[in-house]
Each structure stands twice: as structure tokens, then as C-alpha cells.
Write a protein that binds this ligand. Structure first.
Ligand code: 6GU
Length: 224
């Protein structure tokens, strides 16, 4: 999978993709990430990429030409399955969205800033608009990092144990059950006996039961 990200703050995206699972995905050539600085497409020598909004009101808008030029250049180089705009007024991101996106070949992510991007860029080029939740971030970059992380780990071959993504929280609308590692007793708290029993049928049942209990307690909305 190839992911192109257009941003006015490329520094924000320097680290998130260079560690742990995403680093491995890139090393195995299962994932390529290319960051594009919108300022390289500025309309003048001052690096201008934003302007005040028509009709008045506070806040700047990322203007048409730089963003349009950046998108057109990338589109001339390959076919994109989705051109995604990260925005608090987009569709809320869910595990099922991550599952869908993990099957794509080429994705383009556009990070908004200030008041967002000119509506005509959305009308002309954007095929999907994503919000990561009902709160406001300063820009789309951290949201883009979250989307990329959740999608990349689902690409076949990225996780060592292929079944491991299937047992994540949210993968079947259930939260994950509790997990334990050594020692068998810590500060007086014991690992549940069933996990030490070696009876994998019982262990499976216990985990299912715990996942259901947790979901009922913490996120009953997932069961509705
Ligand atoms: Cl995608 N962008 C911004 N700026 N704020 C957000 C968001 C995205 N999702 C939730 N809040």
C-alpha cells in the first residue's frame, strides 16, 4: 500500500511512522508513506497557501490553487482508490473503516488546518471525509497518523501473528478480554486459574465471556 499525505506541518508526521509496527511494515515494503509539503505548491514566494474566507469571519482557509495543484500532480502519477480529507465534520472513523481502507492500493490523505480547505476542493477531488471523533484538533495531521496506524497494521503480513488483529478490541464489536503475563502472582493478585489450566476450550470460553462482560459494562452501545 502507498499512502500520500499532504500537509502544511510535515514536522508533525516525522516520527509516528518510524517505529514499531509501522516501521516494520515499511521495511518489509508492505507500506510506503510519502509526505508532501503544501508550501511547495504555494502561489507566491512568501509561501502563501491560505487566505481569508469570503463572507467574512475569523480564521484562514487553505486556498484552492496550492492544494488543487498538489492533488493533480499526485493523481497524474497514479490512480488513487480514495482521496481522504481529515476533518471534524467528516464521517466518524471506525474499525470497519480501517478494515475497508486496508484493502486499498493507493490512498491520498489531506490534512486541513485553520478553518479547513476550500469547499470546491472537497467537491472536485475528495472521495471520503473522516473525523476521528467528536472533539477538535488543531489540524488533520494527528488524525492522519491515527488513520494510517490503524489501517497499516491490518495489511496482510504486517503483524507477525496474522490472527492477532482478529482478536483486537472492536474487531467483532466486542472489547478485548483482559490479558496477563508472568508472574502468576503480583502484589497479591493472581492470574485467573483458567488461564493456567492448559484447557484451551475453557480458556476460549472464558475470554469470550470476559469480552462480553467488559463490553456490557463499558460500551453497551456496541452491543445495541
Ligand atoms: Cl480529522 N481533524 C481535526 N482538525 N479535528 C478533528 C478531527 C480531524 N477529527 C476529530 N477532530
Amino acid at each position: 500500500m502507498r499512502i500520500d499525505i499532504i500537509t502544511v506541518v510535515p514536522e508533525l508526521l516525522e516520527s509516528p511512522f518510524n517505529h514499531s509496527i509501522l516501521k516494520r511494515a515499511k521495511e518489509r515494503n508492505l507500506l510506503q508513506i510519502h509526505i508532501h509539503h503544501l508550501r511547495d505548491f504555494a502561489i507566491n514566494k512568501y509561501g502563501q497557501v491560505d487566505d481569508t474566507q469570503y463572507g467574512g469571519g475569523a480564521g484562514m482557509v487553505l486556498m484552492c490553487e496550492p492544494l488543487g495543484d498538489a492533488i493533480k500532480k499526485l493523481k497524474s502519477e497514479r490512480v488513487y482508490d480514495d482521496i481522504i480529507y481529515l476533518t471534524p465534520d467528516g464521517q466518524t472513523f471506525h474499525q470497519r473503516t480501517a478494515n475497508t481502507l486496508s484493502l486499498k492500493e493507493n490512498l491520498m490523505l489531506i490534512c486541513g488546518h485553520y478553518k479547513g480547505i476550500d469547499q470546491r476542493i472537497r467537491d472536485l477531488y475528495v472521495t471520503r471525509e473522516i473525523s476521528i471523533g467528536d472533539y477538535v484538533l488543531s489540524g488533520g495531521e494527528l488524525a492522519a497518523a491515527i488513520v494510517v496506524d490503524s489501517v497499516a497494521r491490518l495489511i496482510p503480513g504486517v503483524l507477525n501473528d496474522e490472527t492477532s488483529a482478529l482478536t483486537d478490541s472492536h474487531q467483532d464489536n466486542l472489547l478485548a478480554p483482559p490479558v496477563y503475563s508472568r508472574p502468576a502472582e503480583y502484589e497479591g493478585l493472581k492470574v485467573p486459574d483458567v488461564l493456567l489450566s492448559g484447557n484451551f476450550k475453557l480458556i476460549d470460553e472464558w475470554r469470550q465471556d470476559q469480552a462480553l462482560k467488559r463490553t456490557e459494562e463499558r460500551r453497551p452501545d456496541l452491543l445495541a
